[in-house]
Design a binder for this molecule. Structure first.
Ligand SMILES: [Zn+2]
Ligand SMILES: [Zn+2]
Length: 281
């Protein structure tokens, strides 16, 4: 089975299965994608996400605030913790630092200082709750690593999602107990450095995701992305490493449940058994 470890299911594109989430999830399940982690970008999303989790056995959620999102008031550490607990989030995020747009349109995105403080609060909430963090990082290598080192517990860890930075940064995060998640970007023609990373990072540290509805993989580029296409990400990694897609599926699924421990009890029973007998969990 495959896991889509990062998708924005409350933001399904109207062009995807006519905007019908049930149809999009069924299309994914038909390709053996059997677990979805739906990601919050603001605490305001949580009621809708909690409803999705309540009504779908194969769907778990995170709670957090994206670095580029504008909010009226920055939530405190306690407010983040309470929000996450209230909805049964299995992780804090997505949170992080994104300096990419700061030079081009500084008036439209939160400043470095705002981003850092928001990120710090979420890391502290996660450590307090012993929940893993889902980190969005772009053009902010040093600050991201510094805050991870200062505020996260390697025994709990987290993931650098939709990773597009270099191998050195990935390795540094792995040394601190983190996983690296690859999205459809790894299939893009100009993404040779990411494919190198897919070959060289230990397989037991990789996750796969779609980041739907963004970043559809080859051969679906340009369309709104959907969870079914996490399989293309797994196929790309398998091709790069010269191993079977089944092996990538099994290992990334085991990695997912190892990191997101709160989701593990809800893993399908046959999958739990298979992972256990393969010694993967
Ligand atoms: Zn992101
Ligand atoms: Zn995302």
């Amino acid at each position: 089975m495959f896991v889509d470890s990062h998708c924005h299911l409350d933001r399904l594109d109207p062009g995807t299965h006519g905007g019908d989430l049930a149809a999009a999830l069924d299309a994914a399940r038909a390709r053996d994608v059997r677990q979805f982690l739906a990601i919050a970008v603001t605490l305001d999303d949580l009621p809708a996400l909690a409803e999705l989790a309540r009504t779908h056995d194969d769907l778990v959620i995170s709670a957090g605030i994206h670095p580029l999102h504008s909010v009226a008031e920055e939530p405190s550490v306690v407010a983040i913790m309470e929000a996450a607990e209230r909805v049964g989030a299995v992780a804090i995020g997505e949170c992080g630092l994104d300096y990419h747009y700061l030079d081009k349109s500084p008036e439209r995105v939160p400043s470095r200082e705002v981003q850092r403080e928001r990120f710090r609060r979420q890391l502290m909430a996660a450590t307090e709750l012993e929940l893993p963090v889902i980190i969005h990082t772009r053009d902010a290598r040093d600050d991201t690593l510094a805050l991870i080192r200062e505020h996260t517990d390697p025994a709990v860890g987290g993931v650098l999602h939709c990773f597009t930075e270099d191998l050195d940064m990935a390795r540094e995060a792995v040394r601190h107990g983190f996983y690296i998640s690859l999205s459809g970007i790894v299939t893009f023609r100009n993404a040779e450095s990411l494919r190198e990373l897919a070959r060289r990072l230990p397989l037991d540290r990789l996750l796969i995701e779609t980041d739907s509805p963004y970043l559809a993989p080859v051969p679906h580029r340009g369309k709104p992305n959907e969870p079914a296409w996490v399989v293309e990400v797994a196929e790309c990694i398998a091709g790069e490493r010269g191993i079977s897609v089944a092996e990538v599926a099994a290992q990334t699924t085991a990695n997912f449940y190892r990191l997101f421990r709160a989701a593990a009890p809800e893993a399908p029973a046959d999958v739990r058994e298979a992972l256990r007998s393969a010694g993967l969990v």
